[in-house]
Design a protein around this ligand. Structure first.
Ligand SMILES: C[S@@+](CC[C@H](N)C(=O)[O-])C[C@H]1O[C@@H](n2cnc3c(N)ncnc32)[C@H](O)[C@@H]1O
Length: 274
């Protein structure tokens, strides 16, 4: 059996009882990419915190392992119980559907244990699920690469009066050569996009548009570390949010569309938070 287990958003304590019971049954426990661990405030050497709570050693499966060695993980799952841990929910934003499809093709039974995910940002900011349009991802601009394809999606959402959830880039740095030579992959800390950078890029992109669908006065909600003890949620214009330091990652942003009176009341609650 392959158990795909969501770990939630906060820390090692957010695993569900169902998830913990499944881990206890497993002979091997894999965990998806190292970047996710950082949202738990865990460094590459700090896995022991999770291992203590889960009572099992954890093998960190980086992107390469998940994509190339999924077959091996699934072969193990054919003959024993194997856990694959995912920060957030297995199907929250980044889906692990490919793993499920491959497992089914190999005749491996799969059980999914859900948990909170970045999708919780949708409701916690006071806006309603059915008033959102397509979710977008904002990549880091470089000197030579400044893609603006997300603008068209925001435009479509705004023309329909819908809110837009913006997920922000995480730039993974390759493991250092030195660590590879020593036979152990030690990852450099990744770069996380802040709400401030996302807004700067959004404002840069809109400058080139003939009929801009938002501007620095457009209401947004900035959400940092959703589901963690120190989560921060602030509503305000893009201009206002630019002045706020939201602190450590992870961050995301909602561009607010037309609002229902109840949503308006909730947003008021998050205004003037700083
Ligand atoms: C592709 S999603 C990963 C989703 C994850 N598997 C889950 O279920 O939550 C990653 C992006 O979601 C956003 N995100 C994830 N967790 C967050 C959190 N706790 N608070 C704010 N934003 C978050 C960030 O913009 C981050 O770059």
């Amino acid at each position: 059996m392959l158990y795909i287990i969501g770990l939630g958003l906060g820390d090692e304590k957010d695993i569900t009882l169902r998830g913990l019971e499944a881990i206890k049954k497993c002979s091997k426990v894999y965990m998806e990419a190292y970047t996710s661990l950082l949202s738990f405030g865990i460094t590459s050497d700090g896995l022991s915190k999770l291992e203590d709570v889960y009572g099992k050693p954890i093998i960190v499966a980086d992107r390469e392992m998940v994509e190339e060695k999924a077959g091996e993980i699934l072969l193990e799952a054919q003959v024993s119980d194997v856990a694959f841990l995912v920060v957030g929910d297995p199907f929250g934003a980044t889906t692990h559907s490919d793993l499920v499809v491959r497992a089914k093709k190999m005749g491996v039974d799969v059980k999914v244990v859900h948990n909170a995910s970045v999708m919780n940002a949708i409701g916690v900011c006071g806006l309603q699920l059915y008033r959102y349009g397509e979710t977008i991802s904002i990549p880091f601009f470089t000197d030579t690469w400044r893609p603006d394809s997300f603008y068209e999606k925001i435009k479509r959402n705004r023309e329909l009066g819908l809110h837009t959830l913006c997920l922000l880039d995480i730039k993974v740095k390759e493991p250092s050569l030195e660590s590879l030579c020593r036979g152990k992959k030690v990852y450099e800390p990744p770069r996380f996009m802040t709400i401030n950078t996302a807004i700067e890029q959004l404002l840069e992109v809109v400058q080139n548009q003939q009929e801009p669908v938002y501007n620095e006065d457009t209401t947004c909600v900035g959400l940092a570390r959703v589901g963690c003890e120190d989560q921060v949620i602030v509503a305000g214009s893009m201009k206002q949010l630019l002045t706020i330091d939201f602190g450590p990652p992870l961050h995301c942003l909602v561009i607010v569309g037309d609002t229902h009176p109840v949503e308006e009341e909730m947003l008021e609650f998050y205004k003037n938070q700083h």
